[in-house]
Design a protein around this ligand. Sequence first.
Ligand code: GRG
Length: 299
Amino acid sequence: MMPEGRDFASAQAEAALAVDELLQALLPEPAGHEADLFRAMRHGTLGGGKRLRPLLVLASADLFAVSPSRALRVGAAVEMVHCYSLIHDDLPCMDDDDLRRGRPTVHKAFDEATAVLAGDALLTLAFEVLAAPQTHGDAEVRLELVRGLAEAAGGRGMVGGQAIDLAAEHRPLDLGSVTRLQQLKTGALIAFACGAGAMLGKIGGPLRQALHAYAHDLGLAFQITDDLLDAEGSVAATGKRVGKDAAAGKATFVSLLGIEPARVQARILARQAARHLDPFGERAGLLREIADFVIARGQ
Ligand code: GRG
């Protein structure tokens, strides 16, 4: 994935381009009455985003010499689930946002019903992609990927975290509860992306465990940085509305720890995440750089 000497920015750009090409191919512009649905799915997935989760799949798969074309399909599947969550999260019944990735949200560019359906269709297409033989020749591996993504995205993962987040609007959370909420809401999908390389390579044991530990710390560092950007960032830099957490009176890592301690905590977690990669030696260079990249925007 990243031959020696290649810098992080070009590895990330190359991965993002490859994911975009595959998403384009998986979401062709159709004719007919359902055309708007597919246009909305394309609007919600193409042309923006850091593509962090697919990059994590590609980088973890590279540790075990998994074919990049297989890893890319898993990366596209995770990105579709991530994009569905953003589309639904932006709806008036949730965060009610007009701007995402610097562009109108899907319900603004289309309408609410189409945005709901576009999210639904992206979620189900993700599993169709994972279940297809091109993703892996071994049906047991495909089954593990399907189950892993379902667990990460569902009620005991991302959707469960979102439900806790909504309930917390009426009940302030302490640091332990915020940590758990975020581990479910954003951490579970990031953890799936990191573990997917090991699933594709049929690797278990201590190496899979090491990736899991990396993902745990990376997910928290990512969320603290997202909180910092909401507190301190600009619409121009983030491509979305900022200051939402404080306006909603939400308990976040930043509101509970304070800005500077939160920044320090993100740095500690990123360093700790990288240490979990020691068993992989030089081969984990890209994953180490991802940990730096994840916190850089908040430092
Ligand atoms: C509504 C089903 C449902 C789930 C909502 C993940 C989530 C749960 C909502 C997304 C909204 C949000 C602000 C989540 C917190 C952190 C996060 C996931 C930010 C966006 O991810 P990035 O920074 O975005 O990777 P890009 O645009 O780069 O892909």
